[in-house]
Design a protein around this ligand. Structure first.
Ligand code: ASP
Length: 426
């Protein structure tokens, strides 16, 4: 019997988990870093390697196959509206969860002091990074989308929005020039696109090993050869983590189910079976950017989303739609305020909704980006940003989970938009 890919990945994940715990308990952190972690790095690099050619080739062919440009702006408008709406709902769910559970009241006083002390220097690093983001003008994100040199944008996966922008420009111009001139370019791009999709398949053969290595390494790095520390941390911050996790699950159960039901007829079983490998990868890599090639492939091949829609909606989603991150930022902001004994007014909570939606748009699709934007939210509501020291110890674990929600959100919107455009094959 041939085991399905997601089962193989799950086996890799569970073994990685078991090995990671054993390694942390036995003090094999050095061995894991030297001999196991590199395989995870290789796997992530391979995924990142194909992200730019994939987005470029599929988006150019996608846009150029649109018969009229009105359709492009309609798809764009719909996508962005649903993205913003689902993010606003995510933040609201996060706020409700944290206000009901009140996790900030459960942290013992001496643990508070210890956490603030231990993570003080790590926190100031994040605060400096946030300072740089803050110095930018309001329109800077739009300016940043337009590259002055295409090769420099294609040389860094963080510039994915620039690649998206260039691909749309090229796709539009291809519609405008005579067909016989456009044909060779398009055929080339289509060939590249098929090639890259095959590469995704081939790279995914390594997924079980890659995931094993990533998880084992994450556990030993978080635990740092001392499992006792982690258990203590999990005990003190358990309620806070619970609030985030419950929120993330509710977002998937309520919001994405509604999006799928309102816009399409797809069953939840088909949806989750289709995107399971992407979710598992999001969990293991904590990066929606690295997961993007797999999200695109699964949405097209398993869920029947047309290339035209998936190549526009998903790269955009990976960069600007981060529901899990926004939800986590809301919970974390209120938790920090609660722990520091500050009461947040309704006005401050509304400010959180607004800033978290904006901050999640500006959050890069890489591990740990969410906490940097959290600093900005804290400053907007007048909570000392050094408070992030309280939650840094468990941030990586929550990063894995929020990234799963981020990727699931992108995929559900891709299905919704495709279905509403009559571009969902069953
Ligand atoms: N790791 C997240 C992502 O890539 C971003 C974050 O919340 O830190 O989706």
């Amino acid at each position: 019997m041939k085991l399905e890919l997601h089962w193989k990945i799950i086996i890799g994940l569970v073994l990685g988990l078991a090995f990671g715990v054993l390694a942390a308990a036995q003090g094999w952190g050095g061995f894991t870093a030297d001999w196991i972690a590199p395989f995870g790095k290789i796997f992530i690099n391979l995924l990142k390697l194909i992200a730019v050619p994939l987005v470029l080739s599929s988006l150019i062919t996608g846009v150029a196959s649109l018969s009229d440009l009105k359709k492009l702006s309609r798809i764009g408008g719909k996508t962005i509206t649903i993205y913003i709406a689902t993010t606003a709902i995510a933040v609201t769910i996060g706020l409700v969860a944290v206000n009901i559970l009140q996790p900030g009241d459960t942290v013992p006083e001496e643990m508070k002091v210890k956490l603030l002390d231990t993570y003080q220097s790590a926190a100031s690093g994040k605060m400096e990074a946030a300072e740089q983001v803050k110095e930018r003008s309001v329109l800077q994100p739009i300016v940043d989308m337009v590259p002055s040199n295409f090769f420099s944008s294609a040389s860094n996966n963080r510039n994915m929005l620039q690649v998206v922008f260039v691909a749309i420009l090229v796709g539009i111009a291809l519609i405008q020039i005579p067909k016989e001139k456009a044909r060779p370019v398009l055929e080339f791009m289509e060939g590249v696109n098929d090639l890259v999709i095959k590469l995704v398949d081939n790279i995914m053969l390594m997924a079980p090993i890659g995931v094993f290595a990533l998880i084992a390494d994450t556990i030993t790095s978080v635990a740092g050869n001392n499992l006792q520390n982690v258990l203590e941390l999990l005990g003190a911050l358990g309620f806070y983590m619970l609030a985030v996790i419950i929120g993330l699950i509710l977002q998937m159960m309520i919001t994405y189910t509604s999006v799928l039901k309102i816009f399409s007829k797809m069953s939840l079983k088909k949806f989750y079976q289709g995107i399971a490998p992407a979710q598992l990868l999001a969990f293991s890599t904590s990066s929606s950017g690295a997961t993007l090639p797999v999200t695109m492939e699964r949405c097209e091949d398993e869920l029947g989303v047309s290339e035209e829609v998936s190549s526009f909606v998903l790269p955009l989603g990976a960069t600007i739609n981060m529901d899990g991150t926004a939800l986590y930022q809301a919970v974390a902001a209120v938790f920090i305020a609660q722990t520091l004994g500050m009461d947040l007014t309704i006005g401050a909570q509304l400010t959180i909704v607004l800033t978290a939606v904006l901050a999640s748009i500006g959050t890069a699709a890489v591990p740990g980006a969410g906490i940097i934007m959290l600093v900005i939210i804290l400053e907007a509501i007048g909570v000392p940003s050094a408070g992030i020291a309280l939650i840094l110890g468990v941030d990586r674990i929550l990063d894995m989970m929020r990234t799963v929600t981020n990727v699931t959100g992108d995929a559900s919107v891709a299905v919704a938009v495709a279905s509403s455009e009559g571009q969902l094959s069953s």
